[in-house]
Design a protein around this ligand. Structure first.
Ligand SMILES: O=C(O)CCC(=O)C(=O)O
Ligand SMILES: [Fe+2]
Length: 299
């Protein structure tokens, strides 16, 4: 079953890998889309209509206060997602990234393939959150930071063309991110991200200028399950395209993925400990379905 997204990956140390071209399909303006895209299960899923149910908002300018740190801890534990405001990245830079993404996906496909030059301004950003996460988990920030120095990062731009049968297809299948931390920028005004909470899908309502941050599988594993890498998916719009840019922050090569030592002195480890390289190999060779890496790592 395929999804209605055109994504472009740019790894720091690898060439870009554009995948499946749904844009060509979208440009045909088909009334009925090919059956391989139809998700029979999707129409029966429950989407929460509760307006008040929203992911927590964390104010980065207040993170030196205990209250905000407590909020961050709760957001990572209970929601696995939050919106980050007052992050200090200038509006002009964000607007430029959005414009670059729009321009990129409207290039003729040959040019897109030839010049996958991705705006990389949010790279390095997850790094600054590490000491706080360490403090909230009750461990030494230096130890945690050493796992992320010169970390591998990947930026992915997602383009979801409008779809006449939007209620029957998905832009991104339910998955958790296998990164440590993901920072997402909603690159135009169209919503589409939904997160799984209490058996329902909760639509995320992006705050203008905020980043959506989520805990990935690696932090769920490191925290021995205290922080949650939550299932999420992207739906598509009937008449508007949607764009998002995700920055995935990963652990550096040569380290181990597993529960942090400080956290398993008194508690039983809930996940295996394996080298990062092996973790990545498992990821590449597995069927990417739901929380597949967490299932593989569980003891
Ligand atoms: O486009 C979105 O809102 C979500 C994309 C996503 O989950 C991903 O790229 O991992
Ligand atoms: Fe994701």
């Amino acid at each position: 079953m395929e999804t209605m997204v055109q994504s472009t990956f740019e790894f720091e140390k690898f060439s870009s890998l554009p995948v499946e071209n749904v844009q060509t399909l979208a440009s045909k303006n088909l009334k009925n889309i090919p059956s391989r895209y139809i998700r029979p299960e999707f129409e029966s899923d429950v989407v929460s209509a509760e307006e008040s149910l929203q992911i927590p908002v964390i104010d980065m300018s207040k993170l030196d206060h205990d209250d905000e740190q407590t909020k961050l801890h709760f957001a990572c534990k209970d929601w696995g997602f939050f919106q980050l405001i007052n992050h200090g990245i200038p509006d002009e830079l964000i607007e430029q990234m959005k414009a670059d993404a729009r321009e990129f996906f409207h290039l003729p496909s040959e040019e897109r393939m030839a010049c996958a030059q991705i705006p990389g301004h949010i790279e390095g950003y997850g790094h600054n959150r590490v000491p706080l996460i360490a403090k909230n988990l009750g461990m030494d920030p230096e130890t945690l930071l050493s796992l992320f120095e010169n970390e591998m990062q990947a930026i992915k731009m997602n383009h979801y063309p409008p779809c006449a049968e939007a209620s029957k297809v998905l832009g991104a299948s339910p998955h958790s991110d296998s990164s440590a931390l993901t920072i997402l920028l909603h690159a135009n005004e169209v919503e589409g991200l939904q997160i799984k909470r209490n058996q329902k899908w909760v639509p995320v309502k992006p705050i203008p200028g905020a980043f959506t941050v989520n805990i990935g599988d690696v932090i769920e594993i490191m925290s021995n399950g205290e922080y949650k890498s939550v299932l999420h998916r992207a739906v598509v719009n009937g008449d508007k395209e949607r764009l998002s840019i995700a920055a995935f922050h990963n652990q550096k090569l040569g380290t181990q993925v597993g529960p942090l030592q400080d956290l398993v002195k008194t508690n039983k480890p809930l996940y295996k400990t394996i080298p990062v390289e092996e973790f990545r190999r498992w990821k590449m060779t597995s069927k990417q379905d739901g929380k597949f890496m967490i299932r593989k790592m569980e003891l």
